[in-house]
Design a protein around this ligand. Structure first.
Ligand code: SF4
Ligand code: SF4
Length: 134
């Protein structure tokens, strides 16, 4: 992954949007719990960031993913393409680089499309814990 060009790096993202869901960390165990509440910059219909190039102006703690960080970000979902490639595992059939179709991740039900709520409507995050993104 260290040798990928910026364009190749970006194309590896499957567009699932799972990493853009809010997560809660258990203070005692350190366990991470996903919620179905999306970052305010995520378009819940397209699963795309509304202002990706300038996202950190809006959401300063949005993680800038790079090859050196993938292994340490244990909260990345198991289906995340960066995590799979880092572990030497194959990409799933629905990954756009395999299927040739940007929508296949959504058609396969592997994205957050139709499954997340916006921050402004969510209320307390602990009422939104879900297991499917992990
Ligand atoms: S979880 Fe990984 S593959 Fe999915 S949108 Fe986030 S960075 Fe891309
Ligand atoms: S700022 Fe954009 S890329 Fe970052 S978590 Fe929010 S929606 Fe996702």
């Amino acid at each position: 992954m260290n040798e990928l060009s910026p364009a190749e790096w970006e194309s590896l993202c499957d567009g699932c949007g799972k990493c853009c869901l809010h997560k809660l960390e258990d203070e005692d165990s350190g366990d991470i719990h996903y919620t179905n509440v999306a970052c305010r910059l995520l378009n819940p219909v397209t699963c795309a960031c509304k202002d990706y190039p300038n996202r950190r102006d809006h959401v300063p703690d949005c993680v800038q993913l790079d090859a050196g960080k993938v292994d340490s970000l244990h909260w990345l979902p198991s289906t995340c393409a960066y995590r799979l490639v880092a572990a030497g595992k194959p990409l799933p059939w629905w990954h756009p680089l395999v299927s040739g179709n940007r929508d296949s991740v959504h058609q396969a039900g592997a994205s957050v499309r139709g499954r997340c709520v916006t921050e402004s409507r969510a209320g307390p995050l602990d009422r939104h814990i879900v297991t499917w993104p992990a």
